[in-house]
Design a protein around this ligand. Structure first.
Ligand code: FAD
Length: 445
């Protein structure tokens, strides 16, 4: 059973990966530097070994900065090794069109440029590091799950092409059925042509290898229990030893938001769960015409995201239960399987081979933040990726490294503090009410 980051600050020590399809197919992890044993001194101590932490460590080490990354479990153990595998221009939870309403056109363009930079950073790292992470070129379809949602997608299409110049197109039902799949909840789709799918854990392993090759130290099974000040230095305590550093870079996202005052009470960790089926039979695949290589999601606020995997399994994920109890998780596994069967009647007999979940990090403004603590210019964080962090967390780690090395320039919507959650102690109650409301909205015509 999963730990709950709002109940304990301890995500475990040296735990095995979640029982995911990705963990089963990633192969061996590259070497690391073993658990921290004894005291060390570095310029920057990075806490958290997902995309944000590893990317931060790589970009610092590449610039010649002495850096160590401390991970409580294994590298990629959090979201980064167990996500839905979609990599595209993304930044938080809002739609690109919503940015125009909230921030105005110029700011929205700056934010889109940052999201696009994240997409390109992932490609650049895969290329520069020769990371073999099963990249599937194709694109991403956002699919209207009700007839009424086609108009919403058409609005997004207009904003994306006119305001951002994004490579998008609209598909009608016939085009979806001919080129992607036949299903019950597909009335039209907005196609983003520049998204990719990748193997999330292989990508994390690639970043680990690149960070170490550049000179970073990488210590798994090294949970940071406390961070203290000692004059100009920061001291990080782990069970095996202490790190003395000039800068601390927190990359904990939904897995450790309560560790330090800087991020405490500012993030709502929310479970997202995934089921992966057995491979489709040839007859099932033909009947559903499930030939697409695109990443897919529907237009629900409580999103269903799905794809065909290279071995013809179907992966489908969605928001999980409020708390990771066994009955709740069992119920959610069934719900995800039933969702596949409902969306694709040709797969009525499909069964599940894998089920797992992870904590995504929701923020009040739905945006990620890369910044420094208000009362400590040597403590930085890149967190709050709102469930869309494959590109954004990789980019966020890079931006955190650049910030530590003195660069600025991010839009204030991203470089300010994460807004504090009102009534933070009651975050789960707020979540329950919000989810019930969103579920009703999602099923309205
Ligand atoms: C099921 C699921 C599906 C998703 N699908 C997608 C998708 O398709 N596309 C997309 O863009 N995004 C997706 N996401 C989100 C994306 O995976 C995350 O936004 C991204 O991986 C966050 O990376 P990170 O490095 O910030 O955090 P994480 O990868 O979560 O890493 C945080 C790490 O911090 C470590 N840690 C915690 N406390 C401590 C401590 N005290 N000391 C040391 N280490 C500590 C944890 O062990 C963990 O490994 C999904 C997430 C989930 C859970």
């Amino acid at each position: 059973m999963e730990f709950d980051p709002l109940k304990t600050r301890d995500p475990g020590t040296g735990l095995a990966h979640a029982p995911s399809y990705w963990a089963a197919t990633a192969g061996a992890a590259p070497p690391d530097d073993g658990p921290l044993s004894g005291d060390i001194e570095v310029e920057v101590a990075v806490v958290g070994g997902g995309y944000a932490g590893l990317s931060c460590a790589y970009h610092l080490a590449k610039a010649g900065v002495a850096v160590a990354v401390l991970e409580a479990n294994r590298f990629g153990w959090g979201c980064s090794g167990r996500n839905g595998s979609f990599s595209r221009a993304s930044l938080g939870r809002l739609g690109f069109a919503d940015w125009v309403d909230r921030y105005g056109i110029d700011a929205a363009r700056a934010l889109y440029a940052e999201a696009e930079a994240g997409r390109l950073t992932v490609r650049e790292l895969i290329r520069d590091g020769g990371i073999d992470c099963d990249v599937v070129e194709g694109g991403y379809l956002k699919i209207a799950h009700r007839e009424s949602r086609v108009a919403h997608l058409e609005r997004d299409y207009r904003v994306l092409s006119n305001v951002y110049g994004a490579p998008v197109e609209m598909l009608d039902r016939a085009a979806i059925e001919a080129g992607h799949f036949r299903g019950t909840e597909a009335f039209g789709a907005l196609c983003y042509k520049d998204a990719i799918g990748l193997h999330p854990l292989k990508f994390a392993h690639g970043l680990l290898r690149m960070a170490r090759d550049a000179g970073a130290k990488a210590h798994p099974s090294s949970p940071v229990r406390a961070i203290a000040r000692d004059g100009e230095a920061r001291i990080l305590a782990t069970p095996g030893g202490r790190v003395r550093a000039r800068h601390v870079a927190l990359a904990l996202n939904g897995y450790g938001p309560e560790l330090d005052r800087a991020t405490r009470g500012r993030i709502l960790p929310v479970l997202s769960d995934i089921v992966v089926t057995r491979p489709m039979t040839a007859a099932e695949k033909a009947e559903a015409n499930f030939i697409t290589s695109h990443m897919l999601s529907d237009t629900r606020e409580l999103l269903n995201y799905f794809r065909r995997l290279p071995d013809d399994r179907i992966m489908l994920g969605s928001r999980g239960p409020l708390r990771p109890t066994k009955p709740a998780l069992d119920g959610h596994r069934d719900y995800l399987l039933q969702t596949i069967r409902r969306k694709f009647p040709a797969l009525a007999a499909i069964t599940a081979d894998y089920f797992w979940g992870g904590w995504v990090a929701i923020t009040l403004d739905s945006m990620p933040h890369v910044t420094s603590a208000a009362d400590d210019a040597q403590l930085h964080y890149a967190m709050g990726f709102n469930g869309t962090g494959v590109s954004a967390a990789t980019q966020g780690g890079r931006r955190m490294a650049e910030r530590i090395m003195g660069a600025g320039g991010m839009h204030p919507a991203l470089s300010g503090a994460i807004p504090r959650m009102p009534f933070a102690a009651f975050r789960r109650i707020g979540q329950a009410l919000m989810f019930a409301w969103l579920k009703r909205q999602d099923e309205r015509d």
